[in-house]
Design a protein around this ligand. Structure first.
Ligand code: DO4
Ligand code: MG
Length: 285
């Protein structure tokens, strides 16, 4: 069971639900104006199943413009949660290398602010690569959808775009390497009613195409994430509140080889087996 946002014919962002079929049910006709109206329920999946018993208008998915499934959620990200990410980052930096090593083993995870909700890029839109960076990569990540009470209520796909040369030069440049125009894509589906154990069985695939040819492909498994979701969320909510809930990207386990950098007009496709596909093009910002 999946939740989404889509654009109506009169250009309004509406909330929809899909039950493994070819259609999206328009939940606005049941009075649901925001994702929070579903995600803040004690049992969002059960609530949706109940709503679906009503005759709601249905739209064919290929005819819809899907949007990022975010309305007022802040987007945060966890880092160095996969061994692959730790190793690649230790190689790219000289004097900051031990920081990655230490955070991988430390009790406190690396968590950083990634995007305000209104700046998140949706499916089929362009993600950004910085003009002043020479080494830009996508980071395909499972994203936890968390309600205001700190409970993981769903899962979506996130792309934590990163400028590796800026990050590698000095760890204090991390916000510039990670937070800029078009740095974060999310969506389009939020899968509901799935346990952490089940989600850990999912695979994550990244495919980058250039001029119609595959330029890079990689795959990992959600099960490779070192920390439990509960642990990541508990740290995120320490001395912090999210009245509208939050989205937390859980780190990357797929790192293209060192000679690879994104170029304008590249296509980035991210698939997570229990969720679907997030597809974007690349533009210079
Ligand atoms: O430590 C820098 C960022 C790490 C990150 O974004 C990741 O591992 O996915
Ligand atoms: Mg990342």
């Amino acid at each position: 069971m999946k939740l989404c946002r889509f654009l109506s014919v009169d250009n309004r962002a509406l909330v929809g639900a899909s039950f493994e079929g070819a259609t999206v049910l328009d939940l606005s006709t049941a009075g649901i104006e925001r994702l929070e109206s579903v995600l803040e329920r004690d049992d969002p999946a059960g609530f949706l199943a109940g709503l679906a018993k009503n005759a709601l208008p249905a739209h064919l998915i290929p005819k819809l413009r899907l949007l990022a499934p975010i309305d007022r959620h802040e987007v945060w990200a966890a880092g160095v949660t996969y061994l692959r990410s730790k190793k690649a980052r230790m190689q790219e930096s000289d004097f900051s290398a031990t920081a990655y090593d230490r955070v991988y083993d430390a009790e406190r995870p690396e968590l950083f602010f990634k995007s305000m909700p209104e700046k998140v890029v949706g499916p089929a839109e362009a993600v950004g690569i910085r003009k002043d960076a020479k080494w830009n990569v996508p980071e395909p990540e499972l994203a936890l959808v968390i309600n205001s009470r700190g409970k993981v209520v769903g899962y979506t796909i996130g792309n934590d775009m990163s400028s590796r040369d800026i990050e590698g030069e000095n760890l204090l440049y991390l916000p510039q390497a990670k937070i800029y125009k078009g740095c974060c894509a999310v969506g389009p589906w939020i899968t509901l009613g799935v346990s952490e154990q089940e989600a850990r069985g999912w695979s994550i695939q990244l495919r980058i195409k250039r001029d119609g040819q595959v330029a890079f492909e990689g795959e990992t498994s959600v099960g490779q994430i070192k920390r439990s979701f509960e642990e990541l969320v508990a740290f995120l909510f320490r001395s912090q509140s999210f009245p509208h809930g939050a989205v937390l990207l859980t780190g990357t386990g797929i790192v293209p080889p060192d000679g690879f950098t994104l170029r304008p007009r590249d296509f980035i496709g991210i698939n997570i087996s229990g969720i679907g596909a997030l597809e974007n093009t690349v533009t210079e910002v």
